[in-house]
Design a protein around this ligand. Structure first.
Ligand SMILES: *Cc1c(COP(=O)(O)O)cnc(C)c1O
Length: 365
């Protein structure tokens, strides 16, 4: 039998529309790299978290709990949101994409800011819904008035990323609360709070109170950033009603969150003192990079996240700076694939890594 068939597979039309996620480089590179490209934590997980994950490994001959009962219970206790209004996922991106599955279809619309998280465009491409990108204002912040004006009878989902990736900026909860009042009850309003713990603008838990007033509201959070568990993939959504978690269960496979991840996240949640320490370290790194970049003549956006964002200026070429840094072992993200040419997004590393980045950058200017 001949193996070379000449007919190519025919995929559904949406597959061609889905943008390829622009991942950071360097995963295959070895050696002492300074990895500041993916907003990861430079600090390894706590020994207790590693121990919990190892213990869970012993039982992987069994399927994981499909309801993630222990983890959702712990999240319910921590945030005062009933477990049936909490969805978990294989990273918060998994929840995001499942939301697209559950809410969007041709003829529907979704509204989000731009530049913002690079996974949002995938929601429209995968579903055939119409995506409406609302430009950030001149301070690189969400323009909530302009976003409110884009809501129509066709709108199913509105996304606010706060603090915003890639620009690091946040808006006050007061303004988000006022915006929530303007979003019709039939439209799902998602606040992507992947970085909320790092923000000093508002208490990271204050947005939870909005859930009581808005059954259509969803707060999307993750163990990837502050908890430093992105390699294990755990995210969660705190919801204003059980409608969304129920719909997500309908569109997803039952065992989307593996048992090692469930156990590690459960343990990590019990160490809020470590969370506080990490927030402090990030606040210190923020000052270090802000001062260092200012001395080099840049004006980083006011960051409320674990990374910074700044424009390089007309005369500088983004690609040659990113490549120049990479050649010295310092990996950062170029602005172009994130929606703004001539910018850099730099995650905060350890103090020594931040220093190294500033030193190498200085040599390239
Ligand atoms: C990193 C990030 C996430 C988290 O993704 P995970 O799938 O949980 O790792 C979600 N939203 C934004 C805006 C992010 O930057």
């Amino acid at each position: 039998m001949p193996h070379n068939k000449s007919v190519a597979l025919e995929f559904k039309a949406a597959v061609k529309q889905i943008p390829v996620y622009a991942a950071a480089a360097g995963y295959a590179q070895s050696g002492p790299l300074v990895r500041l490209a993916s907003n990861e934590s430079p600090y390894p997980p706590l020994p207790e978290v590693v121990a919990a994950a190892s213990a869970a490994l012993e039982g992987v001959n069994r399927y994981p709990d499909p309801a993630s009962t222990k983890l959702r219970g712990a999240l319910a206790d921590r945030y005062g949101v009933p477990a049936e209004r909490i969805a978990v996922g294989n990273g918060s991106c998994d929840i995001l994409l499942a939301m697209g599955d559950a809410l969007l279809e041709p003829g529907a619309e979704l509204v989000y800011a731009w530049p913002s998280f690079s996974v949002y465009p995938q929601l429209e491409a995968a579903s055939g819904a119409r995506g409406i990108r609302v430009p950030l204002d001149r301070h690189e912040c969400h323009d909530l008035d302009a976003m409110a004006r884009e809501i129509t009878v066709a709108t199913r989902l509105v996304v606010v990323c706060n603090p915003n990736n890639p620009t690091s900026t946040a808006i006050e909860l007061e303004r988000i609360a006022a915006f929530a009042e303007r979003v019709p009850a039939s439209v799902c309003m998602l606040i992507d709070e992947a970085y909320c713990e790092f923000s000093l603008l508002d208490d990271p838990d204050a947005s939870i109170e909005l859930l009581d007033r808005h059954p259509n509201l969803v707060l999307l959070r993750t163990f990837s950033k502050i908890y430093g568990l992105c390699g294990l993939r755990v995210g969660y959504a705190l919801c204003g009603s059980r409608d969304l978690p129920d719909a997500l269960s309908a569109v997803r496979q039952p065992f989307f969150l593996n048992s090692v991840a469930q156990a590690a996240a459960f343990e990590a949640l019990a160490h809020q003192d470590e969370v506080a320490r990490r927030v402090e370290r990030v606040a210190v790194a923020r000052v270090q990079l802000h001062d260092g970049l200012s001395e080099l003549g840049f004006e980083p956006a006011p960051s409320q996240a674990n990374f910074c964002w700044f424009l390089l200026g007309e005369e500088r070429d983004e690609a040659s700076i990113v490549d120049g840094l990479a050649r010295q072992g310092v990996l950062v993200r170029a602005g172009s694939p994130l929606g703004r040419e001539g910018a850099l997004r730099v995650s905060y590393g350890t103090p020594a890594e931040n220093e190294r980045f500033l030193e190498v950058l200085a040599t390239l200017l």
